[in-house]
Design a protein around this ligand. Structure first.
Ligand code: DX5
Ligand code: ZN
Length: 221
């Protein structure tokens, strides 16, 4: 038995009132804040950087902040996010020239480190760094946008990732990101995921009649 964590992606939150949105979703039961960083280079979209992470910390957010770097190059931003209060930093291995070094930089800054796999990126990137990762994040959409549909082939890849993690005997979380909904989360959990990013499914379900705006959807998850 492993514990399941829900990580709402603030990509789908109302950025004009981000602090309140994060407070609301955490008060409604979210475990982690998923923070999508896009650079209009590695992915065709542009979002938020270390200043916004730091602003959330100054606002009073104490929950883990799970920084998903969709940027190239990777390394310089690692230090900035460590200083900004990140808890977990994940990056796409094909976006780093020196994967081992990037992982070491993250851990040296006191954060947990992870690799992110696009739908067509092979898990073999894990082969020589399993002892340096704390999280494996499988993309179930092509990165860049919220609101896309879950790619079904990711379920087999999740089972493969779960086998690798269990065989390693290490304490590594298996996170899934993209198209996670109330309707498919059980099947995704059965395939081996333990940490679930959900963006549009959470933030589009805002209900002003809920005490904390997201109680209904968080309970459904
Ligand atoms: C996509 C991002 C996701 C995105 C997920 O590149 O990494 O975190 O916010 O959004 P949904 O849950 O709407 O697919
Ligand atoms: Zn993400």
């Amino acid at each position: 038995t492993r514990d399941f964590l829900i990580a709402p992606s603030i990509l789908s939150a109302d950025f004009a009132r981000l602090g309140e949105e994060v407070d609301d979703v955490l008060a409604s039961g979210a475990d982690i804040v998923h923070f999508d960083v896009m650079d209009n280079h590695y992915v065709p979209n542009l979002t938020i950087g270390p200043m916004v992470c730091e602003a959330l910390r100054k606002h009073g957010v104490t929950a883990p902040i799970d920084v998903h770097l969709m940027v190239r190059p990777v390394d310089r931003l690692i230090g900035d996010f460590i200083d900004a209060g990140a808890s977990i930093i994940t990056f796409h291995p094909e976006a780093s020239d020196h994967i081992d070094r990037s992982l070491q930089l993250i851990r040296a800054g006191g954060c947990r480190a992870g690799l992110v796999f696009n739908p067509a990126t092979p898990l073999s990137y894990l082969d020589y760094v399993m002892d340096k990762v704390d999280m494996v994040l499988l993309m179930s959409v092509n990165p860049g946008f919220g609101g896309q549909s879950f790619i079904p082939g990711t379920l087999d890849k999740l089972r493969e990732a779960r086998r690798r993690i269990d065989a390693s005997g290490r304490d590594i979380r298996l996170e899934i990101d993209g198209g996670v909904k109330v309707e498919n989360i059980a099947e995704i959990a059965r395939a081996g995921a333990d940490t679930f990013v959900a963006g549009s499914a959470v933030f589009k379900a805002r209900s002003d009649s809920d005490p904390h705006r997201y109680d209904g959807v968080m309970q459904a998850f």
